[in-house]
Design a protein. Structure first.
Length: 194
């Protein structure tokens, strides 16, 4: 009986020390992690809309009401992109659900309704399959697509103007990214008044 009490006491001390160390580590690193996430987010915006000089996050009741629509369930952040004081487009961050969970997709859309680029960020997709969505050759398929056609996914063959070819073995991931891009295109179209 004494052994159980002694082992329980030792286990309790180890757990308390581990919890204190983890708490202290979190306290020390939380600001740095948030800072790095903000930097990565800014770099993603600049990579998808390189002609923009500044980005202003759209907030408030008007955008909240627009995002409350079921059609925009994966939209997380919306930025108006400006150059020389004029709106040149929108950078829209979406998080559609893929095979391994949410996939962070930053989409740049110019004022003419064309995708200027996408950036696939944080995700938990399968390495060697869904993780290939982060490769430039997959992402480049979206550039130039417009908001009038909507984008669809094909498994193989030559894509039409409104199609992209899915990653081999990762159709769910390809469809999720496409869903995020389509939501961003539709939202940009509404924001620009078209």
């Amino acid at each position: 009986m004494r052994d159980y009490v002694r082992l329980t006491g030792v286990l309790l001390i180890v757990c308390v020390v581990a919890a204190v160390v983890l708490g202290a580590t979190n306290y020390i690193t939380v600001d740095k992690i948030a800072e790095q996430a903000a930097i990565a987010n800014d770099q993603a915006r600049r990579s998808v809309l390189s002609q923009a000089q500044e980005f202003t996050m759209l907030e408030g009741q008007e955008i909240s009401e627009l995002l409350a629509k079921a059609d925009y369930d994966s939209v997380r952040e919306v930025y108006e992109a400006k150059a020389d004081g004029n709106t040149v487009g929108y950078a829209i961050k979406t998080s559609p659900k893929g095979y391994g969970g949410e996939i962070e997709v930053m989409v740049g859309v110019d004022t003419e309704g064309k995708v200027t680029g996408i950036n696939v960020g944080n995700n938990s997709e399968t390495p060697g399959l869904g993780q290939n969505a982060t490769k430039p050759e997959f992402q480049a398929q979206y550039t130039g697509k417009n908001w009038n056609d909507g984008i669809s996914v094909i498994k193989n063959g030559t894509p039409k103007d409104n199609e992209i070819v899915a990653i081999a073995g990762a159709t769910i991931t390809s469809s999720a990214v496409t869903n995020g891009v389509n939501q961003a295109l539709n939202l940009a179209k509404e924001l620009s008044g078209n």
